[in-house]
Design a binder for this molecule. Structure first.
Ligand code: GLU
Length: 284
């Protein structure tokens, strides 16, 4: 099978060593197949053209080559809307008007033992809006959540992991239905301010770009179960997943966008070479 991999940065700040590592893992893993680039800019409030330009410059400097045209999420809002229409027509989405505080309060109400719980997508939704009457047409001015209990018509979901999750999870991963419902809950698939979400867009894009091997940081391992559910509901193939370690600073903290000291641009300006960067992230 010819491999197709991708690197999917958000243009919300400078690329740092962790991004360089992620990009190089994806390019290496394509192993002569296709390496694609995707600009994840659904968050238009935080995305900037200037950062997108710098992503291209940094990646080219690192010696990476990718196919053009580059897939930019903001150019494909129609595809995300179609996927939402499909899920809406299947009766699997419902509008949600709760804010964070509502969720926190409902989740920690006395009858809900255990208080507010966190899943891969933040607070696990206690279901407040789930049973409100559903409008006939899909609303585009509120958040839409996936009714997970309704959506899961199988006992478990499965995917293949060739890297490892944060607790070393690897190989054939099986997530039972009950675990998903308890640990993930009804995630938001369309944010009110965006008309889509990370989870929905990434699943639609990986399929549209023909990605066979999804490589990304271990911090996104827990999100994968949501992606596999969505692939099932939308009739899309599940790629192979490869979650890699995160690059950390000397205190063991993962690098963040504001970590300018470790920005690729800074190393470039300091006269480092791409080979230096490979060594610094432990790739030879
Ligand atoms: N855009 C995401 C990030 O910058 C990556 C998404 C993915 O690889 O699935 O962390």
């Amino acid at each position: 099978m010819t491999r197709t991999t991708r690197f999917a940065p958000s243009p919300t700040g400078p690329l740092h060593l962790g991004h360089a590592y992620a990009a190089m893992v994806a390019a290496d893993m394509a192993a002569g197949g296709q390496f694609l680039l995707r600009i994840e800019d659904i968050d238009q409030g935080r995305s900037r053209a200037q950062w997108e330009t710098q992503i291209y410059e940094d990646l080219a400097w690192l010696g990476l080559q990718w196919e053009t045209p580059v897939w930019r999420q903001s150019d494909h809002m129609d595809l995300y809307a179609q996927a939402l229409d499909d899920l809406w027509d299947q009766g699997l989405l419902y509008p949600c008007t709760c804010n964070r505080r509502d969720i926190q309060e409902a989740a920690s109400a006395p009858q809900e033992d255990g208080g507010a719980q966190y899943g891969p997508d933040g607070l696990i939704y206690p279901g407040t809006c789930r049973h409100a009457p559903r409008p006939g047409a899909r609303p585009t001015d509120t958040a839409l959540r996936l009714d997970l209990n309704k959506a899961l018509d199988v006992d478990s979901i499965r995917f293949t992991e060739t890297g490892a999750g944060p607790d070393g999870q690897t190989g054939e991963i099986t997530v039972p239905r009950d675990t998903l419902i308890r640990n993930v809950g009804d995630v938001v698939l369309a944010r009110r301010d965006m008309g889509t979400s990370y989870h929905l867009s990434v699943v639609v894009d990986d399929a549209a770009q023909g990605i066979t091997h999804v490589t990304r940081g271990a911090d996104l391992f827990e999100a994968t179960q949501i992606h596999v559910v969505l692939q099932r509901l939308l009739g899309l193939e599940t790629p192979i997943y490869h979650h890699h370690r995160l690059i950390r600073d000397t205190q063991g903290k993962r690098l963040a966008k504001r970590d300018d000291a470790r920005a690729i641009a800074k190393y470039r300006a300091d006269g480092k070479t791409p080979a230096d960067i490979r060594r610094m992230v432990g790739l030879s």
